[in-house]
Design a protein. Structure first.
Length: 285
């Protein structure tokens, strides 16, 4: 029997309606739309498409988006000064850094200029520390979206064994912490994990965030397991696949996110949820 498909597009649409209502309420209370500032360095086509999608999404929900595009020859000092100005600007409620930064620029240096209460990606060391302590405020959008899929599709997490394949600071580690806070027993796997299949076959929930196309095969899956696939790998023919061999795993798993159309659509909407949280927190409402 094929697995239940966890449809991220459908969930994102439902979330949009909820967030639009919350933004409308905010607009009435503060007499303006909440404002997100997006900082992009260079004009990489993929990055530009993503930033435009954030702009369109923000406007469609009633928020405002200010895009700052800096040349790819920008210095570290100029980039940090830009983030400092936005951090101090009371007309800006949240800031998104388009990552990764070009070679030669230090993310740590930029984050030192970003006030954590405006950090919409949840990557500032203070926000990461609060999450690690079980006191999350602004959570990285991708893992937040993964947890939202589990909640909305009523996938039981408490008491389950979960594995996260990938240990990045933006996806893998925060997702493991969120699962742990939801009372799962969590294993973090990575490139040095011996016999990955043996670990995964013991798990009820598997989160793929390794950035390796079709790394996880059907033979690695416990029948009936739930699969959250964050992978977005573009193949030579232009098609996009996840970190999971979807065609084979869908016949073994109990529930699975497709790629595309799974975690991706929810990620962007969670960014707007963070904008609402940041605005309310900053203004004390």
């Amino acid at each position: 029997m094929s697995a239940r498909i966890l449809d991220g597009r459908a969930l994102a649409q439902a979330l949009r309606h909820e967030l639009a209502a919350q933004i409308a309420e905010l607009h009435e209370r503060i007499d303006r739309a909440p404002v997100i500032a997006v900082v992009q360095v260079g004009e990489d086509p993929a990055a530009t498409r993503y930033v435009r999608s954030i702009d369109r999404l923000s406007q469609s929900l009633g928020a405002a988006c200010r895009t700052i595009i800096l040349p790819d020859v920008v210095t570290q000092a100029e980039l940090e000064a830009t983030v400092s100005r936005l951090s101090a600007d009371d007309r800006v409620d949240g800031i998104l850094l388009q990552l990764p930064l070009p070679a030669g620029l230090s993310l740590d240096g930029v984050l030192s200029r970003l006030v954590p209460e405006k950090d919409l990606d949840g990557i500032h060391p203070i926000n990461a520390g609060l999450l690690a302590q079980g006191r999350p405020v602004l959570i990285p959008n991708t893992p937040a979206g993964g947890m939202e899929l589990l909640r909305r599709y009523e996938i039981e997490v408490r008491g389950k064994r979960a594995a996260v394949v990938g240990r990045s600071a933006i996806v893998g580690r925060p997702m493991a912490l969120l699962l742990l806070q939801a009372d799962a027993t969590v294993t973090i796997c990575h490139s040095r994990t011996s016999d990955l299949g043996a670990v995964l076959r013991e798990c009820d929930i598997i989160v793929a965030a390794a950035g390796r196309p079709q790394l996880i095969t059907a033979e690695m899956i416990k029948p009936g397991a739930t699969i959250i696939d964050f992978g977005t790998n573009v193949l030579a023919d232009g098609s996009m696949v996840g970190d999971v061999d979807f065609a084979a795993v869908v016949e073994v798993a109990g529930a699975i996110t497709p790629v595309p159309g799974g975690t991706g659509p929810v990620t962007n909407v969670m960014l707007i949820q963070n904008l609402i949280k940041a605005t309310r927190s900053r203004l004390g409402i």
